[in-house]
Design a binder for this molecule. Structure first.
Ligand SMILES: *Cc1c(COP(=O)(O)O)cnc(C)c1O
Length: 712
């Protein structure tokens, strides 16, 4: 389910960090202010490299899962990039006279292992050592203890870096550091510097500590300010040997990185690749820009003004890097990548159909009425994030969910706009309702009073029971309803009722529904006459809109229709909309079995072949949402455009279908359990009907274990 919830903020900040690193190596403010330059390049810029370490730690190490394969792949990739970079910089090394130094061999080894053969390349060996060290520590000791050890290493590093002036005064310490500096020029390396940031990334990934976005921003602002003070003070008293490591760098990055994890959205792989290339090539660009300026006689323009120099280097570096990563992506795309999400069973979402449904519903509503997208139960199994963020981008600003958790998730996804919780929330959670700006349904008078007494300002809609007798104030309870308007902590933004038989056009049902609607409007009239200022009103869900389209309300609470289906096949409705199904459920054949006539298959031997048969095994079962009621031929799937009935009982994680009549069916073939393949279509309402339920239930149980693949 995590598919679409990528860490957009982290990807974007990679570029900011890369630009800071260019700044460190070009000193953009040096023409103007030495102090300004120090603050930018020797303090602020120090955020960049640890940020990259944390990104790697975030994806490699977490409290939940440690995948040794991922670590190996990371080390292999980093080593490969390092190798290419070393080779790429050899011409520059020659130009700089690198190979003319004394004790060449030991120095080259030292550089390759610690310091880098070019001044910025130390990052790559440090990433390898840091990742391995952090991994070992967390593996042996757990995240917290690993953090303590890594922080101690960092402390040792500090006294060889920004705090060196203190260590220098102690003869023993000075000796020890002298030894360290024999091996590595700085303590800013893979042993003393990198591990703590890898572990910190892992701590955030494991959500060992939870802070709100606001908390993160305040924390960052505070620790960043303290870091500026720390840096200026150390600089002022002149004890820095180097200026990469500050005490406040740790909280600073912790808060910054945590804040960035709130910004979720699409994965921006182009930025990821570009940031890496920017990092690797910018020193080369600096040299090229200098050479070009010399050749063209543009030193005054391109070199002497530090800001213009920085901008020129950045512009060239970014352009080249973006181009290179575009090219790289093109080349990589050529070979059809194995789609990890489609290895077993998955949901495919047709986003164009979702867009079409939003438009079709919006057109069918009175023009001052707004669509409230009902995305409860993981957007009816379609993926809360995928659906909500997509329709939010289309302009839908009002959402309905069933629980406070779903509401909070929407906010974490970055959804802005109204979020109405249709169901019950414990009044004890009023603080969260307030904090996440969620709107709570008031289910009766006692509930409203209790919620009001919690002392937090909460937005609310009053629910009126006009005959369903589930949630809501009794429609005749006028005095209580009026009183709710004057409760000081509750802000009433809406009032609504729910129809319980609007899906049926039978005379009986229609009479009942009309009475429900009348009672609701009578109540509104009464409230108005008693001086209440009417908030937004809403009555209809999907069938309410389709069968009573003439009602003038502020919202339509569209659920099942948003997903392009109705609750039952052949639903008769007064208004007929062109709705298009969004979801398909797919799997693939992993095994084909030959069964002789008379042999049986599966639990309880419920399938016995009455002819020599071919059975295909699909790795999908009722735990994925495909109902067990569809066993033994009650349900079908589509393979190669033909229907194949289920054979035997559907298991939790597997099922079998009879493919004897499908010529050529082979292992690897896609099986469509819900959706279209060629001319055949198996709709969700049909599958629901065959399993004796309605589409809503079938869909809402879908997906908990399935990957989601979006198609445009
Ligand atoms: C689920 C729900 C809806 C959406 O119903 P659909 O029939 O799926 O459109 C609307 N209102 C309430 C109160 C609901 O609980």
């Amino acid at each position: 389910m995590n598919n679409g919830k990528a860490y957009t903020g982290i990807d974007v900040f990679r570029i900011a960090a890369a630009l800071l690193i260019i700044a460190i190596h070009t000193s953009p403010l040096s023409s103007y202010s030495e102090t300004g330059d120090f603050i930018l390049t020797r303090i602020t810029g120090r955020i960049a490299v640890p940020f990259f370490f944390m990104v790697s730690g975030f994806f490699l190490i977490s409290g939940y899962s440690r995948n040794y394969g991922k670590l190996k792949a990371f080390i292999k990739n980093t080593a490969l990039i390092y190798g290419i970079a070393i080779a790429g910089y050899i011409p520059l090394n020659i130009y700089n006279g690198y190979f003319a130094m004394d004790n060449l061999l030991p120095n080259i080894i030292k550089d390759i292992v610690f310091d880098g053969t070019m001044y910025h390349l130390w990052y790559l060996p440090a990433a390898i050592t840091g990742a391995a060290a952090a991994w070992l520590l967390t593996e042996r000791l757990g995240l917290r203890k690993a953090f303590v050890i890594a922080a101690l290493l960092y402390a040792i590093g500090l006294f060889g870096d920004s705090y060196y002036g203190i260590a220098e005064k102690l003869p023993v310490a000075e000796k020890i550091y002298a030894c360290i500096f024999e091996i590595s020029d700085y303590t800013r390396n893979g042993i003393f510097f990198a591990p703590v940031f890898f572990v910190l990334g892992g701590i955030i990934a494991g959500k060992a500590i939870r802070i709100s976005l606001k908390g993160c921003i305040i924390g960052f602002a505070a620790s960043f300010s303290l870091m500026l003070i720390e840096g200026m003070a150390l600089h002022g008293i002149g004890i820095q040997r180097h200026d990469s490591m500050y005490i406040m760098l740790l909280p600073c990055l912790y808060f910054l990185f945590s804040a960035l994890t709130f910004w979720r959205g699409p994965r921006l792989l182009l930025l990821k690749t570009s940031a890496m290339i920017i990092y690797i090539i910018h020193p080369m660009v600096i040299v090229v820009v200098r050479l070009l300026a010399k050749i063209l006689g543009l030193q005054v323009l391109l070199i002497e003004n530090s800001i213009i120099h920085y901008l020129a280097v950045s512009a060239v570096t970014i352009s080249v890097s973006m181009l290179a990563s575009l090219l790289y992506r093109k080349v990589k795309k050529k070979k059809p990548a194995f789609h990890k999400s489609m290895d077993r069973a998955w949901l495919e979402l047709d986003m164009n159909n979702l867009k079409h449904n939003v438009e079709a519903l919006s057109k069918a509503m009175p023009h001052d009425c707004e669509l409230m997208a009902v995305v409860k139960a993981g957007a009816y199994g379609h993926g809360l994030f995928e659906v909500s963020s997509y329709v939010n981008r289309l302009g839908v600003k009002v959402f309905a969910v069933a629980t406070i958790e779903e509401g909070i998730e929407l906010r974490r996804f970055g959804i802005v706009g109204e979020i109405l919780i249709l169901g019950y929330t414990d009044p004890e959670r009023a603080k969260e309702l307030c904090k996440y700006n969620l709107t709570q349904t008031l289910i009766d008078f006692n509930y409203a009073v209790c919620l009001n007494s919690q002392g937090f300002n909460v937005k609310a809609h009053i629910k009126i029971d006009t005959g369903m007798h589930r949630l809501g104030f009794d429609v005749y309870e006028t005095a209580h309803i009026l009183e709710v308007f004057s409760l000081d902590k509750l802000k009433i933004y809406g009032i609504y009722t729910h129809l319980c038989s609007s899906d049926s056009l039978s005379e009986d049902a229609a009479d009942f529904t009309r009475r429900q609607i009348e009672k609701f409007y009578e109540l509104l009239e009464l409230l108005k006459n008693n001086g209440a200022e009417l908030p937004k009103i809403h009555i209809q869900s999907t069938y309410g809109l389709l069968n009573y389209p003439e009602l003038k309300c502020n919202y339509i609470r569209a659920g099942v229709s948003l997903y392009g289906v109705l609750s039952t096949p052949n639903s008769e409705t007064r208004l007929q909309l062109d709705l298009r199904p969004v979801l398909s459920l797919k799997s693939k054949i992993i095994l084909i079995r030959k069964i002789k006539s008379g042999e049986s298959m599966g639990y309880g031997r419920a399938f016995t072949a009455n002819r020599d048969s071919l059975l295909a095994i699909l790795p999908v079962g009722y735990a994925d949402g495909f109902p067990r009621n569809l066993s033994c031929g009650n349900g079908e799937v589509i393979i190669r455009g033909c229907r194949a009935p289920t054979a035997g009982r559907i298991c939790m994680d597997q099922l079998a279908v009879d493919i004897t009549d499908i010529p050529g069916a082979a292992v690897g073939d896609i099986a469509t359990l819900i959706g279209k393949d060629g001319q055949e279509e198996l709709s969700a309402p049909e599958a629901a009907d065959n399993s004796a339920t309605i589409t809503n239930e079938l869909l809402s149980r879908m997906g908990a274990r399935l990957k989601i693949v979006e198609r445009q």
